[in-house]
Every structure is written in structure tokens, then in C-alpha cells.
Write a protein that binds this ligand. Structure first.
Ligand SMILES: O=C[C@H](O)[C@H](O)[C@H](O)COP(=O)(O)O
Length: 272
């Protein structure tokens, strides 16, 4: 810019400088918003760990960026309170978090009954139906979540919505066996409408490959889908040969903690 500015007329110089000022203030605002969201994730995670993790139990560790804060808090509590906790991971990432924090690593073979599972979500609707799998870990997450009566979800306020799809626009993740991805894609689009593109990797040529060696379709469902129950849609999706699991978590969350912008945390339980 220092090279270009001297060659410009006064009016253009003002325009360039004004743009720079606008960019910097936009950047500052984006950073401030990001910090608020990160803080909201952190407080939700801390509260959930404090309320739900008991000594001498096995706990499922979810995946994603919010769970990182839960693991931080869990590691803190284990050290300070000398807790004996076995941690069962829901993904490669969760396993690494457990090991990195020197926590005790377990699995479902030795610990098939978990006291609670703490996990994130991509979106939570008013009935606590969740979309999960934005990070590709839905199948192991659902298996681990099925091993506890207490699936505790942690999220920032941007994940809270009335209807699925209000906030999370990428679609419902569906894990598929690689050889079946085109037939499954065609069936989903024919039966339910919308689009179900295969998720492509960002730092690798080709598709995202899950921890289970499968592909992910992100089903961008049409608006009329909301006229049906997610349960019946999920049941139909699961029956398509080649579908391993969906990112729809229905009647699974026992409590959802939302971190809010004002620094408080609210929690929601399913309507009875
Ligand atoms: O596959 C990823 C998991 O379902 C995550 O729990 C979900 O995507 C939420 O992740 P984050 O806490 O990063 O928003």
C-alpha cells in the first residue's frame, strides 16, 4: 500500500484509507464476536462438567471444539479433587484429548455403561433434537451416547434454534459406506428431496474419510421436511442400504447447556 499510495490522487488516497479503516474495524468486530462465542462454549462446558461428573465413574468424551473446554475442566477437576474417572472417547480427536491431558483412557469393551457423556452439537431444536456430525464423528458419538442415561450437550447460544436448519445450514450429516455413496445420495434426493453432496476434504484431494473409513453426505433437506417428524425421517434414512448412521440425535439428550452472550449459562431438559 505504501508503494501504491503516493501514485494516487487525493480522492483515491482517502478512499483507500477509508477502506483500510473499515476493514480493520470489521476485523475487530469479528474477533470480538469470535471471542464471545468461544467464551460461551467454555462456560457451558465448565458448568456441564461441574454438574454432571461424579467420582469413580466412566464418562464419555464427545468431539468438536466445545468439548475441548470440557476436557480442560475435567482434567482440572481430576487433578484438584483427585477424582478417579475413566474416559471413553467418541473419536480419534477425543482419544487424543484424553491422552494429552493424562486422563485414564477406556473403551466400551471394558466400560459399556457410562455415568454420563459430554458432547457438543451443531444445532439443537426446541425439542432438543440435535444435528451432530459437523466434524464427521457422528457414528461413534451416537454409539457412545447410547451407553448412558445422561447425554449432556454443551453449546454456545448460536446453536439454539426453533427448527433444525434455522441456524446450521450445512445439512444433516449421514455416514455412508464408500461404495454406496452414489446410490444412497440418489435415494435420499428421490425419497426426501433436497441435495446430499458428499463432503469434500479441505486439506486433501477427495472426500472426507471418517474415523470408521466411511464417507459423509450432508443432506440439505427441503423446507417441507419440517412437516414430518424427525423420528420417522431418521428411521427411513437408516433403512437405506449403505447408510451407517445419521447425525440426527432424537430423544437422546438428557440436558443441554447453552452458554449465552452475557456470560450466563442456561440449561434445558426435554419437555415431558
Ligand atoms: O462431528 C462432530 C461432532 O458432532 C461435534 O460435537 C459437533 O460438530 C459440534 O462441534 P463444535 O463443538 O466444534 O461446534
Amino acid at each position: 500500500m505504501l508503494i501504491i499510495l503516493p501514485r494516487l490522487g487525493a480522492f483515491d488516497k482517502v478512499k483507500v484509507l477509508l477502506n483500510v479503516v473499515l476493514c480493520v474495524s470489521h476485523l475487530k468486530r469479528t474477533l470480538a464476536m469470535t471471542n464471545l462465542v468461544e467464551e460461551a462454549k467454555r462456560i457451558a462446558a465448565y458448568q456441564a462438567v461441574d454438574d454432571n461428573v461424579l467420582n469413580n465413574t466412566a464418562v464419555g468424551i464427545g468431539s468438536g471444539s466445545t468439548v475441548v473446554y470440557a476436557v480442560d475442566r475435567l482434567a482440572e477437576r481430576i487433578k484438584a479433587e483427585k477424582l478417579k474417572i475413566v474416559c471413553v472417547p467418541t473419536s480419534f480427536q477425543a482419544r487424543q484429548l484424553i491422552l494429552k491431558n493424562n486422563m485414564v483412557l477406556g473403551d466400551l469393551e471394558t466400560h459399556p455403561d457410562l455415568s454420563c457423556v459430554i458432547d457438543g452439537a451443531d444445532e439443537v431444536d426446541e425439542n432438543l433434537v440435535l444435528i451432530k456430525g459437523g466434524g464427521g464423528c457422528l457414528t461413534q458419538e451416537k454409539i457412545v451416547a447410547s451407553c448412558t442415561p445422561k447425554l449432556v450437550i454443551i453449546a454456545d447460544h448460536t446453536k439454539q434454534s426453533k427448527n433444525l436448519g434455522d441456524r446450521y445450514k450445512k445439512g444433516i450429516p449421514i455416514e455412508v459406506i464408500p461404495l454406496a455413496y452414489v446410490p444412497v445420495q440418489k435415494k435420499i434426493e428421490t425419497i426426501f428431496g433436497g441435495q446430499a453432496p458428499v463432503r469434500m476434504a479441505k486439506s486433501k484431494a477427495g472426500p472426507v474419510v471418517t474415523d470408521n473409513g466411511n464417507f459423509i453426505l450432508d443432506w440439505q433437506f427441503p423446507p417441507e421436511t419440517l412437516n414430518n417428524s424427525w423420528e420417522s425421517i431418521n428411521n427411513k434414512l437408516i433403512l437405506i442400504p449403505g447408510v451407517v448412521e445419521t447425525g440426527l440425535f432424537i430423544n437422546m439428550a438428557s440436558r443441554v447447556y447453552f452458554g449465552l452472550q452475557d456470560g450466563s449459562v442456561i440449561s434445558k431438559v426435554p419437555k415431558s
